[in-house]
Design a protein around this ligand. Structure first.
Ligand SMILES: [Zn+2]
Length: 271
């Protein structure tokens, strides 16, 4: 599932490739993919120019010249491919006035698109109750300590993935951050020593930008806007490596379910 680094990669690429372009028309192949009345969607999107692409948590926000925003969630398997060829998994195609196009594919169809007036955007985001952005300046070590203190009984792995607590981190990067920090995914927030808290914090601030610089991880359907896979997966230490030896100590990497999600970890390196 695309997490912060993947959505951020798409955001940055869209700003390079489609910012300033005028949407001549939009073809909706799967009506239920659009989470607002279809005629309203077309009326607001067609003829508008893309002024800026932003991201909040795992949401893409495409600001339009007519003071509306397209809100896109890629969920499990969404792809936005510039100059992509439509396939049976293409649910939306944006045609630009210069003849180029952007196709929105989604194999599992959990994603969505909607359009809201820009003045309603903050209300929409407020309703989602996202936690702080981990790469923002606002997210300091002190804030992180305070956030952990408020959730002392929660296990750290599901907590890192809780979008209302901290935005943008999912299954893959939470596993990698906890491995780097040498902390078991089952530890409760309240049990963490100051040094462990600091290692998790540094892990967040190090791994997410590194993953962005490698255009994310293609563990499943994720590709960037050129249809290319991300390059971070070869760097993962534990995610999806159950049964394989730990790169540091050689112990077999374990996988277990925590709160319905799989956690991957080294039982020796992580305490
Ligand atoms: Zn190990």
């Amino acid at each position: 599932m695309p997490e912060l680094p993947e959505v951020e990669t798409i955001k940055r690429q869209l700003n390079k490739k489609v910012k300033g372009k005028k949407i001549k028309s939009v073809e909706v192949r799967l009506n239920k993919f659009v989470k607002c009345p279809l005629n309203k969607f077309k009326k607001l999107v067609e003829g508008a120019k893309i002024s800026q692409v932003e991201r909040r948590a795992k949401l893409l926000i495409i600001k339009l010249s007519n003071s509306c925003c397209l809100i896109i969630h890629l969920k499990m398997s969404g792809q936005l491919i510039y100059q992509g060829q439509p396939s049976k998994h293409t649910h939306l195609i944006y045609y630009f006035s210069d003849g180029s196009q952007l196709v929105h594919n989604d194999l599992r169809k959990f994603g969505f698109v909607k359009v809201v007036p820009e003045k309603e955007l903050s209300g929409f985001l407020k309703k989602e109750e996202y936690g702080p952005e981990p790469l923002s300046e606002e997210f300091t070590l002190n804030l992180f300590k305070k956030m952990l203190a408020e959730r002392g009984k929660s296990k750290i792995k599901p907590l890192l993935m809780d979008q209302r607590w901290l935005a943008g981190i999912g299954n893959l990067y939470s596993d990698e951050i906890l491995f780097l920090a040498k902390v078991l995914p089952t530890r409760t927030a309240g049990s963490l020593e100051p040094a462990e808290i600091e290692r998790i914090y540094r892990g967040i601030k190090r791994i997410l930008p590194l993953a962005i610089s490698r255009r994310g991880s293609s563990a499943d359907q994720y590709v960037d806007t050129a249809g290319q896979k991300g390059n971070y997966l070869p760097l993962v230490k534990v995610y999806g490596r159950q049964g394989k030896p730990c790169y540091i100590c050689g112990t077999e990497i374990k996988r277990m379910k925590i709160g319905g999600r799989s956690a991957h970890f080294c039982p020796k390196c992580q305490k």
